[in-house]
Design a protein around this ligand. Structure first.
Ligand code: 5GP
Ligand code: ZN
Length: 116
């Protein structure tokens, strides 16, 4: 399912350019346009799901695939050993601005906890 008004669906379809670092059967990973760390990659499903709740309710296994793909990107980026963070902002109150499910893979610098 593709939402014609969704920015990330357009990236999946190649209608909006992005620096893609990995493609899977069900996923695409590309660099965030406004990186918050030396490595900041967004890992998204090809299929449109607005958020974690929708994806995990309707499609068992998708969150697993996203986590696995994110880890493979972390290995390729050389941050799997030093540590990385995988974040799914869910809802406007948590900072979600693009309502096509995406995991932020962040690493390459020290990351504070708790996040802001
Ligand atoms: P959210 O705030 O929804 O968790 O994350 C959305 C992310 O998408 C932000 O980190 C933002 O920088 C990134 N982003 C927004 N528009 C674009 C774009 O056109 N291309 C890319 N590569 N990233 C984008
Ligand atoms: Zn979408």
């Amino acid at each position: 399912m593709v939402d014609p008004d969704c920015l990330f669906c357009k990236i999946v379809e190649g209608e909006v350019p992005a620096e893609i670092v990995r493609e899977g059967e069900r996923t695409v990973a590309f660099r965030d346009i406004n990186p918050q760390a030396p490595t900041h990659v967004l890992v998204i499903p090809r299929e449109h799901h607005p958020d974690v709740a929708s994806a995990s309710a309707g499609d068992t296994g998708l969150m697993d695939v996203l986590a696995r793909e994110a880890h493979e990107v972390a290995v390729a980026e050389g941050i799997a050993e030093t540590g990385y963070r995988l974040v799914f902002n869910t809802g406007a109150g948590a900072g979600q601005t693009v309502f096509h499910l995406h995991g932020h893979l962040l690493g390459g610098r020290g990351l504070n906890w708790p996040p802001g």
